[in-house]
Design a protein around this ligand. Structure first.
Ligand code: CTP
Length: 507
């Protein structure tokens, strides 16, 4: 294990890290823990049952108790562990229950699935199982295990081990705290990696020197947790992370794993902060060489994305955050490089089209800077993926293009969901036969509404006029067509008897 169990920051620094609740909770918990550890020079003995009672709902306590009881009946130790425990101590809501069992996790999961009537998914290779509870929640249960990595960046071979060993194989000390749930020791903490002092100090610390080589996804995870909790990656951890990145470890990961980590980064509360940090660690080029955060403008755009997201969200439009946050990074790349990212990461046709059209955001900004009728703005922007519109907003803010920004914001606020006040059935009730002219008439009604501010009566007049006009043209066309068909069939009738006779005589 790396040295560094002791706190490296003064308690006063916690306020800099912005984790106010940490001081309240952890200072009481951790200080006691550290003092006891110092006295016994061994295992940190601390009991969190009071905190669990306070923070967990009753049904959760009961569930943990039942699981612990069933495990204890088989003579096994059972714990809650990982992010679930970390967030309990930090006072953050988290109901992703992670259980580890020093025994047979899959057998325990099978028994629990009967007790609760839960659906069970088993992953034999990893000695883990997931319970899908009838109330829609899930519980992950794992047998305590050690890991062996055949090669860097591949999934490990695992074998059953003690709870202590299981904690030592994990990513960071703050994710390697376990709490007993067996009734005889309910709430007792097992913190062999000294995660609680690191939580108190706000440190992200790996547990052994090969951690980033064995599993380079941990570089993404380090940045993610650091930014999520306003913690700091511990110094030696930072050195080892930089070495692993420099040695190209990220490029050894499968594309699916990289994509998965990218998506997780983008769904953090502050993805921009994570991306800035990834750029500092020179991680972006290992995701793809076309990605970069070079230049002041890109940074400003990234910084403005949350504002653009807020506007998009308030228009009630769904968008893909992971796609949006790629856009500033590929801005300025050539078309072929962008196509190659889409292929490399197997993006769907829809997502590829969105990413590729973001390369033309400057043209969009220019176009909407010009005076345009509202209906023309709507028609133009309706044809673009919503992520490109959000990206154009962030870029227009960064470039100080007020006119373009006003048009884009007005579009999101007033036009994107705009509908005419008249409906197709009203047109049909007014005597218009059903047909494609209804759609065209409604479009004209909307145009009258947006461009001239027409009220419903006037919109109906406009729509009826258009619908009748098109219907008349179409029915005139149909009549002409019918006459043409009749003339042709008369001609055929004339020819046909001769032809029949000709055939007959031929016989
Ligand atoms: N873990 C690990 N190494 C990884 C991924 C996960 O050691 N590369 C361990 C950590 O102990 C982690 C636990 O598995 O806490 C569960 O992983 P995951 O659900 O991905 O992480 P959480 O810590 O729960 O993170 P989040 O809050 O983002 O869900």
């Amino acid at each position: 294990m790396l040295a560094g169990a002791a706190c490296r920051a003064e308690p006063a620094n916690h306020r800099l890290y912005g984790v106010p609740c940490l001081i309240d909770i952890a200072s009481q918990l951790c200080v006691r823990a550290v003092i006891r550890a110092a006295v016994s020079e061994g295992e940190v003995r601390l009991n969190l049952s009071a905190l669990m009672m306070e923070r967990f709902p009753r049904w959760l306590i009961e569930r943990l108790f039942t699981i612990g009881h069933i495990a204890e009946c088989s003579g096994w130790r059972a714990f809650i562990v990982g992010g679930f425990v970390r967030d309990l101590i930090l006072g953050k809501p988290n109901l992703d229950i992670d259980i580890m069992v020093e025994g047979d996790g899959i057998a325990l999961a099978r028994e629990l699935s009967e007790t609760y009537g839960a659906k069970l998914t088993v992953y034999e290779r990893f000695f883990t199982a997931t319970l899908h509870m009838p109330d829609g929640r899930r519980i992950d249960i794992a047998t305590c295990r050690r890991e062996r990595y055949e090669r860097p960046a591949v999934l490990p071979e695992v074998e059953p081990a003690s709870a202590e060993e299981d904690l030592l194989r994990r990513d960071f000390s703050i994710n390697a705290i376990a709490v007993h749930i067996t009734p005889s020791r309910f709430g007792d903490v097992l913190d062999v990696c000294r995660g609680i002092p690191d939580l108190q100090c706000g440190l992200i610390r790996i547990l052994h020197e090969r951690s980033f080589i064995d599993d380079p996804t941990r570089a993404f995870r380090a940045v993610r947790f650091e930014q999520r909790f306003s913690f700091k990656i511990e110094l030696q951890t930072e050195h080892l992370m930089r070495d692993a990145i420099k040695a190209g470890m990220i490029s050894l990961l499968t594309r699916d794993r990289i994509k998965h980590e990218w998506i997780r980064i983008c769904y953090e509360p502050n993805p921009a902060a994570c991306i800035f940090r990834m750029a500092e660690f020179d991680m972006l080029r290992w995701i793809d060489e076309a990605l970069s955060l070079d230049g002041e403008l890109k940074r400003r755009v990234l910084f403005n994305l949350p504002e653009a997201e807020g506007l998009t969200r308030s228009a009630g439009v769904a968008y893909e955050r992971w796609l949006l946050y790629l856009m500033p990074l590929i801005d300025g790349a050539d078309f072929e490089s962008a196509v190659s990212i889409c292929r490399r990461y197997s993006l769907s046709a829809k997502h590829s089209q969105a990413l590729l059209s973001s390369l033309s955001t400057d043209k969009v900004i220019q176009a909407v800077s010009l005076p345009m009728q509202p209906s023309a703005i709507k028609a133009y922007l309706d044809a673009l993926p919503v992520e490109v519109i959000a990206y154009a907003i962030a870029k227009a803010i960064a470039m100080g293009f007020r006119r373009a920004l006003d048009s884009l914001i007005t579009y999101l606020k007033n036009y994107i969901n705009a509908r005419p006040d008249v409906t197709g059935s009203e047109l049909i009730s007014a005597g218009i036969p059903a047909g494609p002219w209804i759609g065209a008439a409604l479009r004209e009604a909307l145009k009258a509404k947006l461009d001239e501010g027409c009220d419903k009566t006037r919109q109906l007049e406009v729509a009826l006029k258009v619908a009748k006009g098109i219907a008349a043209v179409v029915s005139r066309g149909a009549k002409i067509g019918e006459e043409g068909r009749n003339t042709r069939s008369r001609k055929r009738d004339k020819i046909a008897p001769d032809h029949r006779e000709y055939t007959k005589s031929d016989d």
